[in-house]
Write a protein of this length. Sequence first.
Length: 577
Amino acid sequence: MAALSANSVTSAKSDKSGNSAKQLLNQLAREEQRRFRLAVASGLLAGAFTWVQMGLFAWCVTALIVDSQPLRELSPLFALWLLILPLRGLLTYLQETLSQQASLAIRKRLRQRLLHHMIALGPVRLSGYHSASLSYQLVEQVEALDGYFAHFRVQLWLATLLPLGVFVITLRQDWLAALFLALAAPMIPLFMALVGMGAERLNRDQFAAVARLSGHFIDRVRSLTTLQLFGQTAQARESVWAASEGYRTRNMRTLRLAFLSSAVLEFFAAVAIAVVAIYIGFGLLGYIEYGPSDELTLFSGLFILLLAPEFFQPLRSLAQHYHDRAAALGAADSLVNLLAEPPPTTRTGHTPPVPEAPNTLIALQNARVSHPERGVVLGPVTLSLARGETVILTGASGSGKSTLLQLLAGFVDPGEGSRLVASDVRFAWMDQRPLLIQGTLAENLRLAAPKASDEALHQALAHADLSDLVSGLPHGVETSISERGVGLSGGQAQRLALARVFLSQAPLVLLDEPTASLDEHTERAVMQGLEALKREGRTLVIATHHPALKALADRHWHIEHGDLYSAQGQEVRDDPA
């Protein structure tokens, strides 16, 4: 019973996530409804021209063989038949182009939506995701939606409407032949659905496996030096091989299912066409006297026989792209989970003026931050931060300093109380492990100001006491560094991050242990940079253990066990200097 209950819960979760994935795909498709409708109309017209060609061909053969008409009298019909060929090609091209344009627009829009959502989530909420997994979602999983929107969605309509048109035409010619087609038609979607359910689950598992494999591989590459030092490279190689072999096995299962669905469709289509051909042949020879068989003519028999493959052709095309649907559902399921992650909620608006601090930048009112595993880690806190002031934040490790900075930045929500910010608040963040990317020094600086001029870059470097270092490099600001600042010392990386803060022009600067683990010279340079930021009128909140930084402070806050106090030991209650 316990196993049955667990399976039921798993099935319910799978159904719920599957419905959410379908809702996401439908929502994305609605944004390009016009292009999809035009693509379906183009496909229907191309199919209609195909039926006309089949009718013309059957008419010409009947006229030549039965009516013994001379070939020159049928020349206009042959000319019309040839004229339809480029029209069909043009309509098919138009259908594919519209579908591809719709798919491209949807994927571009979805990537922008994902990036905006990640920015809204902030680094704290994204810390539960591996960077390789997020990159895979943004690139590969969004790209996996291409087949669904570029082929499957339009083909689904064509696979419904085109066979219906062929069935109506066949029914008017011979109801018994139409019956054979009608009996075979439901078998194909039925088996496609049965196979597709397994393919959808396998694709979902496959995307999760690839995301894990990406993170697994990047972790091993980043730790390569450590693995070599401890002689663990062979074990790391074996673990990567085992993970990639598991992915290969899942991929082959998906391919087996795709080939199985195609084989099922081809079998039923071949059997149905063969039955129709046998019926028409024996009917024309007079061996079948049941129903409308005695009314068969060369025109009607040949027309039906030519249309029979066209009845199954849209279904064949749908089967070819059916795995695109399974891949899209698997990818959308993962994307839904990311989009469902709620971003921090911030009430934006100018804070109400208060006599003690008329230029309030951020205000917290009875704000409390809790974590499920740790309970309350901060608060309740009531404070206001004025424009242009510098606040030093001290406290033991784990007391809540970083949490308060994250709350001020909006990276986490106050579980209780509120956080009010001025509408023009922009902030810069700097900690003891600055984010540096593989690229040039200029590219790392322009992360904060993409349109900054070279003069602005050099001015920011001068404020951070890096001018001499950069001028001595062979390529100056165009010198390349590796990921995480490989090629720079810890102090140089810290000062490069400080130069980026200068470049950002953000009015609020939040710093988490900016002078930790620095030598005396670098520490002095960073402190001079912070003094320059203060002279510019920036608002600084600095979490530190360093006593020398206290000289910069207009106010001093101290945290103990999540409670915030002023330097005099009084609990902070909105006491700007």
